[in-house]
Ligand binder design. Structure first.
Ligand SMILES: [Zn+2]
Length: 253
């Protein structure tokens, strides 16, 4: 795994977003519409910084207007409401595909045999590299904001996780909290993998059993889009995510 190279942004904060564009974000994104004024203002500042510091590159014939770019910036910054702008460090480009995209994978196994295959993805986050999203899947998340999915939050969780140079399901946290986090997430992950292995029903997407970092990213999606399910299924994990991200906009507690 490549080490993450941090990049510090100097200079004064950018001006807040165009109010008309931000109103459009509020209308389109229920997670933003549900924020209180203080958190809404923080998200606006983060989104303005995102748009100033990141190149948003549509590919595959996709075109993104100013409203679409503002929506993407707001979504990517949702997990940074408490963490702050340092969550944007270490990378510079958001690539947006029109739909799910294919990537070629290779792996050399223990016997030295090269395996090659294709994965179809709706999002990807390279440590120190671009964040990649499928626009169609972003739209599907916005159409059904309480369904347990948010690919932008998922990939941003990976970005937060990678900030300390290791993609392991633990973002950089103050030391005592990091110990509690590691203990509670490990216990919840082990229990979850056990259920998946035994083909038992799981409250959240079984994809979370892939690896500790996927578990963190998938639970982050539920924090925003189905917090009640997450809290019922894994209260300790839900508690840590509430501390990291703030109370879910759809939490209603
Ligand atoms: Zn992932």
């Amino acid at each position: 795994m490549r080490a993450l190279i941090g990049r510090l942004f100097a200079g004064k904060p950018p001006p807040p977003p165009d109010p008309v564009l931000w109103d459009g974000v509020r209308r389109r994104v229920r997670w933003v519409a549900a924020l209180d004024d203080a958190r809404d203002a923080r998200l606006q500042a983060l989104a303005a910084r995102f748009l100033r510091d990141k190149a948003i590159t549509p590919v595959g014939g996709l075109e993104l207007d100013a409203a679409a770019r503002m929506t993407l910036a707001a979504l990517c910054c949702l997990p940074l409401l408490e963490f702050g702008e340092q969550g944007l460090h270490g990378w510079s480009q958001l690539i947006v595909y029109p739909d799910a995209f294919r990537v070629n994978r290779t792996h050399v196994d223990a016997a030295g045999v090269l395996h090659e295959w294709e994965d179809e993805l709706i999002g990807e986050a390279w440590d120190a590299g671009p964040l990649i999203l499928s626009w169609a899947d972003v739209q599907a998340d916005l159409d059904e904001p309480d369904a347990g999915f948010c690919v932008a939050v998922h990939e941003m969780a990976h970005k937060l996780d990678a900030l300390d140079g290791v993609l392991d399901g633990t973002p950089p946290l103050p030391r005592p909290w990091q110990r509690e986090w590691a203990r509670d997430f490990q216990a919840a992950y082990n229990a979850f993998v056990d259920r998946v292995d035994r083909n038992r029903h799981t409250a959240i997407d079984p994809y979370a059993a892939e690896a500790p970092e996927e578990f963190f990213a998938v639970c982050s999606e539920y924090h925003f889009s189905d917090p009640d399910t997450l809290r019922r299924a894994m209260p300790a994990v839900a508690g840590h995510l509430e501390r990291l991200y703030g109370v879910s906009p759809l939490g209603g507690r």
